[in-house]
Structure formats: C-alpha cells, structure tokens
Ligand binder design. Structure first.
Ligand SMILES: NC(=O)C1=CN([C@@H]2O[C@H](COP(=O)(O)OP(=O)(O)OC[C@H]3O[C@@H](n4cnc5c(N)ncnc54)[C@H](OP(=O)(O)O)[C@@H]3O)[C@@H](O)[C@H]2O)C=CC1
Ligand SMILES: O=C1CO[C@H](CO)[C@@H](O)[C@@H]1O
Length: 308
C-alpha cells in the first residue's frame, strides 16, 4: 500500500504520512526509523531540539548502504531551533543537522517556533529566576537566512511551525520564498478551523503534529482513542481507534500530512495502514464535532503563550 502524496505550491510532492521522532529515545529511535523505512514510510520529521538526529543519521546511512532506500526517495524534514534565530546562526545550525543526519540536503527546513531564545548556552536557556531567556530577532531576518539556505542548495523547501494567522500574514508580506508548510498541532480535539482555512487560501500545506493528541503521554487529558464514536468506527472498519483518528485527519483536510510518532514496530505498522478504507462523509462530519480547542502542546513551558 503506497502513501498518497500532497502537492506543495511549487509542485514538490510530500508524502501525506510521515514518522514523528520527538521523545523517540536513544537506543530506540534509529531502529524505529529503519523499521519504518522497511514498512514503507518515506517521510520523516526531525528536529535539533529532539536530541536524536545523530542516531537517526547513523540509521539512515545503514539503510542507504544496505540498499533499503535511496536518499532521493525520502522526504526529510528538520527544524531550526529557537536559539539559532539570529541570521548568522542559521547556516551553522542547518549544517549541524545535515552533519548529524549524514545527508547533503534536507527536503524541508522549518522555523520551529516564532520565538527567539538567547544563543550559545542551553537549548531552553533559563535565567536565575527560572524564566526562559529570550532574544530580540525579527522573524523576517531569520526568514531571509532560511531563504539563503535554499539558494545555497542545502534545503529544497522552507516552511514554518507553530505560526498563527497573524504571523503567517506578516510572513507573506516579506517572504521572497513562499513558506511551503505550517506544521501545527492538529487532531480531532484541536481542528484549527481559521488557521487551516487561511493556509488553504494561501497555498500553504499543513503538517499535523501530535495527530494522536499525544495519546498515552498526557495522563491528565481525555484520551482521544477512548472516545466512543471513534472506538465504534474502529469496530465498524476493523481498525484501531488510532487508525480512525489518523484517517479522519487525511479526509478532514484537503492538503495535510500527518506525522504520528511511535518507536514500536507494531504501531508504526498500524499507523501506516490507514489508506485501505474510507470514512463516510457523515462520519467525518460526526468526528468534526469532537473539536474542543484542546491543545496538548502550547508554548507556556517557555513562560509565554503565543496561542489564543
Ligand atoms: N513542530 C512542533 O512544534 C512539534 C512537532 N511534533 C512532531 O510531531 C510528531 C508527532 O507528535 P507527538 O507529539 O509525538 O504525538 P502523537 O500524537 O504522534 O502521539 C505519540 C504518542 O502516541 C503513541 N502512539 C503512537 N501510535 C500509537 C497507536 N497506534 N496506538 C496507541 N498509541 C500510539 C506513542 O507511543 P509509542 O512511541 O510508545 O508507541 C506516543 O506516546 C512528533 O514526534 C514530532 O516529530 C510534535 C510536537 C510539536
Ligand atoms: O517539537 C516540539 C517538541 O519538543 C519541543 C520541546 O522540547 C517543543 O517545543 C516542540 O514543539
């Protein structure tokens, strides 16, 4: 079963399903990436802040050396961390990610957050008061440095993550290179109608992060996979609740890629097997009603909230 592709504004094709790697632990993440490649995943989501790009790079090299896949068959995304927003730090940050991943280019590089932190120390630098230390860097300066990465051939596409409508509007005013995607939290509990409509109108692809609402991670939240309507659809289609959630996202939005994370081969396989059935329009409409503006990731652990 192959994964449908989404077309970006510039004609590039991104697989609509990829593997997430946040909190994929050392000693497990490399194997997870390898298993995913064997299963058929061709899209991977990485970030410097996840602290596991080196192990992933080793796994990718082994896959290339063993002839499991060719570099050009993969879509590799990584992200510029908040401590590297100053224009002079963007190129070195990208080069470090490329070196860790042992590849010569990325398919997509994202500005991870519209927030700049002090450069040179911890990745989440804290002052004596325990609060995050910010830096003042115009987002337009960071974007210009991102554009230069495309000019230099180090990345094929650039985009953003965690951008609101206001920030995207601003970006569209100064961008020489149009952002291909906005990677945001998107799942049945957080359907982001205004933002997703805006992206559709402006030809900005969506990448849905935490598509399972971090099931199992946040113990104090209602688990999405326990929702009766989802469980019942699972029974009807002989699919798991997680598969129903992922399938819903691919049908609810016209141009979306989803990047569920797992380090367990059975789940990596399960999350891949979502394109051999289709929810009825009425079922998609029913699941749309689960929206409750419920965010599992916000920016408050940086001592600031950028979302409404
Ligand atoms: N740009 C950004 O700011 C952000 C980007 N991301 C990206 O998005 C990816 C996905 O989001 P993430 O926050 O990890 O959350 P997800 O919604 O993908 O949930 C991941 C959790 O679900 C579990 N899981 C995965 N598949 C199944 C399944 N079929 N059944 C039951 N449980 C399952 C995983 O456990 P296990 O691994 O044990 O199987 C893990 O605990 C990240 O890994 C990262 O790459 C995420 C957050 C922010
Ligand atoms: O992608 C993400 C996961 O990890 C980061 C923090 O460690 C988050 O900020 C971010 O949104």
């Amino acid at each position: 079963m192959s994964v449908p592709l989404c077309t970006l504004y510039n004609g590039a094709k991104i697989p609509s399903l990829g593997l997430g790697t946040w909190e994929a632990p050392p000693g497990e993440v490399g194997q997870a990436v390898k298993e995913a490649i064997k299963i058929g995943y061709r899209h991977f989501d990485f970030a410097h802040i996840y602290g596991n790009e080196k192990e992933i790079g080793q796994a990718l090299k082994e896959c290339f050396d063993e002839g499991l896949v060719k570099r050009e068959e993969l879509w590799l995304t990584s992200k510029l961390w908040n401590t590297d927003h100053r224009p002079e730090n963007v190129l070195p940050a990208c080069k470090l990610t490329l070196a860790n991943l042992q590849v010569t280019y990325l398919d997509l590089y994202l500005v991870h957050w519209p927030l700049a932190f002090q450069h040179g120390g911890d990745l989440i630098p804290k002052g004596q008061d325990g609060k995050t230390i910010y830096d003042r860097v115009p987002l337009s300066d960071t974007w210009k440095a991102m554009e230069q990465l495309v000019d230099a051939g180090l990345v094929k596409n650039i985009g953003v993550s965690n951008y609101t409508v206001a920030l995207l509007n601003d970006l569209l005013n100064y961008a020489r290179i149009h952002p291909v995607t906005n990677q945001v939290e998107l799942h049945p509990y957080l359907q982001q109608e205004e933002l997703t409509q805006f992206c559709a109108q402006h030809n900005i692809h969506l990448t849905a992060y935490s598509p399972l609402a971090r099931v199992g991670v946040h113990k104090n939240t209602p688990q999405i996979t326990e929702q009766e309507v989802i469980v019942n659809l699972g029974k009807k289609y002989n699919k798991s609740a997680a598969q129903i959630v992922l399938r819903f996202l691919t049908q609810r939005y016209k141009n979306v890629s989803i990047i569920p994370k797992s380090v367990h081969v059975n789940r990596i396989k399960e999350n891949f097997a979502i394109f051999d059935f289709q929810l009825a329009d009425a079922e998609v409409a029913e699941l749309t009603k689960l929206d409750r503006h419920f965010r599992v990731n916000d920016s408050t652990f940086f001592d600031i909230s950028i979302f409404n």
